[in-house]
Design a protein around this ligand. Structure first.
Ligand code: PMP
Length: 386
């Protein structure tokens, strides 16, 4: 038989699917994959039901329903003071995953270099490679996950087409500062490169910190594609409604890729997200406030058990160091062990690395009901004999 595509055949099943299956098999509390366990905002879901009945269900426009494109532009104006052309500068996608794929397929030419920062989200590398790109991987190191400026500068060459920048960053909860972003902007300008900005956790940010989109920095409007996800902003990860905001010229090739990947997404969900993006300040504040409380609760419990907790400035995730628990094995073995033996699932951070990873870090999702977090903490406490 002829071989199938090398990149995807070699990719294996994503760690999120693997751990979720193992969690289900062992009836473990799944703090692995990052999805909230609430139903999402009642009014947004009610709008989706209403629009399903009252609005057309045929192919919406390829760039997204106008109401949602306008809502995204208004959102970016409201939160970031960005001037966005809702007609030609916004594209609605099947989640951020498709937005990323469309950006990468739309921009990369075979042989182009793409700078990425480890630990990294697992869809980046296979798609870069399938597009013919050559990843240049720069590494951040725990526990402070500082932007490795020297390494980053070295990774840029005349062949660099783009950088993928994820902030707030999964899995390590890092939020890049204005100074970090200015440094990155300097490199992009110097090397005439683009940035695909994965900002799906833009509203999940803690301790009064502000999310700063790279696209808002001087000179960056023509170089950056800003990706968001309604899945995260409305705790509706299964809806898979994402968006890309960019200068119309830059967005055009990305839209060409999108038209052959998904073309469009469910119209009622798009309309409901358009409604959701108009929520009051309170909605967005309470989203991050509630998650911050959950972060603090779980971090305190885990640290009482003996995990060392790394800083977490945003996202759904807290990273914990297992070195002092006396476990004889690596992070992947540890996650398997606690799933089967303690009934709690986490994700090994090594899954976010391609080159030699740290083996002592695991990621717990805290975007769960308080009772579930309590139960998970109780199970781990009992398991570790406290
Ligand atoms: N990027 C990052 C960093 C993520 O964590 C996720 C979701 N886990 C995505 C992209 C994909 O988002 P979506 O579900 O909207 O496709």
């Amino acid at each position: 038989m002829k071989p199938t595509n090398r990149t995807f055949s070699a990719a294996g099943t994503t760690i999120f699917e693997v751990t979720s299956r193992l969690a289900a098999e062992h009836k473990a509390i799944n703090l692995g994959q990052g999805f909230p366990d609430n139903k999402g905002p009642e009014d947004v879901r009610a709008k989706a039901r209403e629009f399903l009945e009252d609005e057309p269900n045929q192919y919406p426009p390829m760039m997204g329903v106008p109401a949602l494109r306008q809502a995204v532009a208004a959102h970016d104006q409201r939160f970031y003071n960005l001037e966005v052309d809702s007609e030609r500068g916004v594209m609605i996608t099947a989640g951020a995953t498709e937005a990323l794929a469309s950006c990468l397929f739309g921009l990369i030419e075979p042989g182009d270099e793409v700078v990425v920062i480890e630990p990294l989200y697992d869809s980046y590398l296979p798609v870069i490679r399938r597009a013919g790109g050559i990843p240049r991987v720069v590494r951040m190191t725990p526990p402070h996950w500082e932007l490795p400026r020297e390494g980053l500068a070295k990774a840029f060459t005349e062949k660099t087409k783009l950088l993928i920048l994820n902030s707030p960053m999964n899995p390590n909860g890092k939020v890049f500062s204005q100074e970090d972003l200015s440094f990155v902007a300097g490199l992009l300008t110097q090397h005439d490169a683009y940035a695909v900005c994965d900002e799906v956790y833009e509203h999940l940010i803690f301790d009064g910190k502000q999310h700063i989109p790279l696209i808002t920095l001087p000179g960056m409007a023509k170089r950056c594609l800003r990706i968001g996800s309604a899945g995260k902003t409305f705790s509706l990860t299964g809806w898979k409604i994402g968006y890309v905001v960019a200068d119309p010229t830059l967005l055009q090739p990305v839209a060409r890729a999108h038209q052959f990947i998904t073309f469009t997404v469910a119209p009622n969900l798009q309309r409901a997200v358009a409604y959701g993006l108009g929520q009051s300040e309170d909605y967005f504040k309470s989203l991050s406030r509630d998650l911050q409380k959950k972060r603090d609760f779980l971090s305190e419990k885990l640290s009482g058990i003996g995990f060392s907790i790394l800083p977490c400035e945003g996202t759904y995730f807290v990273t914990a160091d297992i070195s002092h628990l006396g476990f004889d094995g690596d992070d992947a073995e540890f996650c398997r062990h606690i799933t089967i033996e303690a009934g709690v699932t986490a994700i090994p951070v090594s899954a976010f690395y391609e080159s030699v990873p740290p083996r002592n870090l695991v990621r717990f999702a805290f975007c769960k009901d308080d009772k579930i977090l309590e139960e998970a903490a109780g199970r781990l406490t009992r398991h570790f004999g406290l």
